[in-house]
Design a protein around this ligand. Structure first.
Ligand code: GLU
Length: 305
């Protein structure tokens, strides 16, 4: 298996430089396009890795399924469904989804920025520091890695330049879809995106979604299976931004990408996969990372369709 991964990394090497690191967050522009790594955990707990799998990167939008999970754990399915919609947007991740002068909560998808900002308000906690800490704790727990920390430089870079997200959050506020102080909510969102992870962390988190809420090896249940069904379904339809349809055809598994270059792919009942390569395609998905997943899916018949 490790030979297969090495082969895929080599075969996808020419695609690394075709992508571009995100530059709208200055700190992310420093990403090295030569990086490509992957890590896999099978349902029997076996792990396989290749390439630059040890390199840390910021989780970015891959945190969105975790935010959604925490909202589900804190409020249950019914309350979460009142707050956000689950329809694929067909729009880029920072789209302002306002039509006919109206913005309704069912327009807000938790896999795009507006929905994720709204999800931050659903985390329970006395204040936004506590809410972020609970999200970080859940991320560490799912990844089995208590050393996961915030990337302070990425956080400050996003906070300084994230004016479009600021606009989205104020729009939510103006339509009464969030009640709390906008800057507090945004700080929580920016910090959430700036959590520093590796391919291994993403593979472990993906594994828990793949096993419908159970940890590797110990099989300890972290959350009810129905939450995994919910999150995995949303990932299939909109986890890869407005490239989700193309990804479903080419790879065919629930997955979430982030503009840091990470992809978390969930192969229900079979495996969790973490991939990293910072060069992005025009939709904001890791270009070589998607190619590598496509090759892996073909070789191992991973598509769920
Ligand atoms: N922090 C990024 C933003 O809000 C996340 C985008 C992404 O990874 O899709 O712009």
């Amino acid at each position: 298996m490790e030979v297969l991964l090495e082969e895929i990394i080599e075969q996808c090497a020419p695609y690394k430089a075709l992508g571009k690191p995100a530059s709208y967050i200055p700190e992310l522009a420093k990403g090295d396009v030569n990086d490509l790594g992957m890590y896999i955990i099978l349902s029997n707990g076996q792990t396989f890795k290749a390439g630059d799998y040890k390199k840390p990167f910021s989780i970015q939008s891959v945190v969105k399924p975790i935010l959604l999970l925490l909202a589900l754990m804190d409020h249950g399915m019914e309350e979460v469904r009142k707050k956000i919609g689950v329809e694929a947007t067909g729009k880029p991740f920072d789209a302002i989804n306002v039509t006919d002068q109206s913005l309704q909560n069912l327009h807000i998808n938790p896999m795009v920025n507006m929905g994720a900002i709204a999800m931050c308000t659903m985390i329970k906690g006395e204040n936004y520091d506590e809410r972020f800490q609970r999200l970080l704790d859940l991320t560490r727990h799912l990844a089995g890695n208590p050393a996961i920390e915030l990337d302070e430089a990425v956080y400050l870079s996003e906070k300084r330049t994230g004016n479009k997200n600021r606009a989205l959050a104020y729009l939510l506020k103006s339509y009464g879809l969030i009640e709390d102080d906008v800057e507090d909510v945004l700080n929580c969102y920016f910090k959430a995106c700036s959590i520093k992870v590796t391919c291994k962390d993403l593979a472990r988190i993906a594994y828990v979604f793949a096993s419908h809420g159970k940890m590797p090896i110990t099989e300890a249940r972290i959350f009810p299976a129905e939450y995994a069904h919910f999150v995995n379904a949303v990932l299939v339809t909109c986890g890869m931004y407005d490239g989700s349809g193309d990804f479903a055809v080419r790879v065919g598994v629930p997955a979430k990408s982030g503009v840091g270059g990470g992809i978390m792919a969930v192969v229900p009942t079979r495996m969790g996969i973490g991939i990293f390569s910072p060069g992005l395609d025009e939709k904001g998905n890791s270009l070589a990372g998607t190619k590598a997943l496509e090759a892996l899916s073909k070789r191992m018949y991973l598509s769920i369709f």
